[in-house]
Design a protein around this ligand. Structure first.
Ligand code: FAD
Length: 407
């Protein structure tokens, strides 16, 4: 059996930022990253690909461009976790031992959970910004449809980037408005509000109303008939079926099977970690970050940006370096693209507490924030976060008056 001091599972946003940060602080540390994928995607860009404001290619880099030079890259997938014996098994048959383990596999998009969906994705007006290859189809539909019904769905929480389903709606609606076409717009949401934080939900109620789009709450997409262009939803009052000409689907999301079927998982299948230290609740030499854990924050790259220094500090402390660093406060951010050129920057942390990194009312959509989303964040992701640089500037400040709204 081969073994490494630190094994990082997943070379996405969380895995690469932790591996890079560890090696910045301890260049001689033996770190291995297990990642099967050849490409690394900047997923937050897919919303903008759906609008034509970014190209799909701008969101895709070779994984090798961002893998830290000093890390050992194991190009396979983990197929089993054995934390009692400090080892993982890989798809290629290898068993790898570790002293410390970091798990950052992301989550599973459960496309198959919606009956008929896989048969029609990318066809018959059925699209999704949750896939690199489909986001351009969203843009095509928004630019070609001339009438009829455009439906947008949101599944049960938790999902990655809880705002992304409605971002697709607003950008498409804005394109219809610019083109001067009249399309009926509806948002079918499994949940009961436009957003989990009341101050932002109230602001978004106004945004959706401004497009004349109808929100339908407690509607969960269960089946799609692509050929007939019909979508079926389950509701507290029974199932309903609606005709569509365009259907933007956000798939149900859950913990990856490899975690769900392992001792790392809690009851809901997610990896159980302490919400502040991100250390596993039962296995002391295991940490988790990003979308695969059960921490009650918004599953975003913004959260990962605050989480990776916490994990890095914890591991270095365990190795006898440093004082352990800070705790994770539940920070997450969702840049809501309310139209092309404007973003409402929703920032918050544990307990639905509103915070802001900018000295201005975060509920107001602004062109400055569009610039941050379109240009600053992608740069920050590729050049700062994945390089393991802890950039906390300017620091998010509590907004008690906004937190009190709806409480
Ligand atoms: P990922 O970045 O998904 O990486 C997981 C990695 O693990 C992948 O490389 C995968 O190949 C690898 N992996 C999986 N299984 C295994 C295995 N068994 N063995 C080894 N490796 C494995 N966030 C924001 O902050 N702002 C936004 O505006 C935003 N918008 C979004 C819009 C869309 C459409 C989407 C899809 C996401 C958006 N996000 C946004 C969310 C953000 O992309 C994720 O929260 C972030 O990428 C999570 O990082 P992660 O490391 O947990 O997972």
């Amino acid at each position: 059996q081969k073994s490494h001091v630190v094994v990082v599972v997943g070379g996405g946003a969380g895995g690469l930022s932790v591996a890079s940060a560890l090696l910045r602080r301890q260049p001689d540390l033996d770190v291995a990253v297990v990642e099967p994928a050849k490409w690394h995607f900047y997923q937050p860009g897919w919303t903008l690909v759906g609008d034509g404001s970014m190209t799909a290619e701008q969101t895709k880099h070779p994984e090798s461009d961002h893998m830290p030079d000093k890390a050992t890259w194991l190009r396979s997938a983990v197929t089993g976790f054995d934390p009692d014996n400090n080892r993982v098994t890989l798809e290629n048959g290898d068993t790898i031992g570790y002293k410390y383990l970091v798990v950052a596999t992301g989550l599973k998009l459960d496309w198959k959970a919606v009956d008929g969906l896989c048969d029609t994705l990318g066809d018959n007006g059925v699209t999704s910004n949750y896939r690199f290859d489909l986001a351009p189809y969203t843009c095509k539909l928004a630019n070609e449809l001339t009438s009829g019904n455009a439906l947008f769905t949101q599944p049960a929480m938790p999902i990655k980037c809880a705002g992304a389903p409605q971002k697709a709606l607003y950008l498409t609606a804005d394109t219809f408005r610019r083109r001067g076409v009249s399309v009926n717009l509806a948002f079918y949401n499994q949940g009961g509000a436009m957003f989990g934080v009341p101050a932002y939900a109230q602001a978004l109620d106004k945004v959706i109303a401004s497009y004349g789009a109808t929100p339908h709450f407690h509607h969960d997409l269960i089946a799609v008939d692509g050929k007939k262009q019909k979508a079926t939803f389950t509701t507290p009052d029974g199932d309903v079926t609606r005709d569509f000409d365009m259907l933007h689907v956000v798939p149900p999301q859950c913990a990856p099977d490899v975690i769900r079927n392992s001792p790392l998982a809690g009851d809901a299948g997610w990896m159980t970690v302490d919400k502040n230290s991100l250390r596993h609740t039962r296995f002391e030499n295991v940490w988790g970050l990003g979308d695969c854990t059960d921490t009650p924050n918004a599953k975003t790259a913004a959260a990962v940006r605050q989480q990776f220094p916490v994990v890095t500090g914890g591991i270095l402390h365990a190795l006898g370096h440093g004082n352990g660093g800070r705790d994770y406060d539940g920070y997450g951010a969702c840049p809501l693209t309310t139209s092309r050129g404007k973003v409402l920057m929703a920032e918050f942390r544990y307990g639905g507490e509103v915070v802001s990194s900018f000295p201005m009312d975060p509920r107001v959509p602004r062109s400055l924030q569009w610039g941050v989303k379109r240009y600053f964040f992608p740069w920050l992701y590729w050049n700062v976060m994945l390089k393991g640089i802890d950039l906390s500037w300017p620091g998010h400040k509590p907004q008690p008056a906004l937190t009190a709204i709806g409480k």
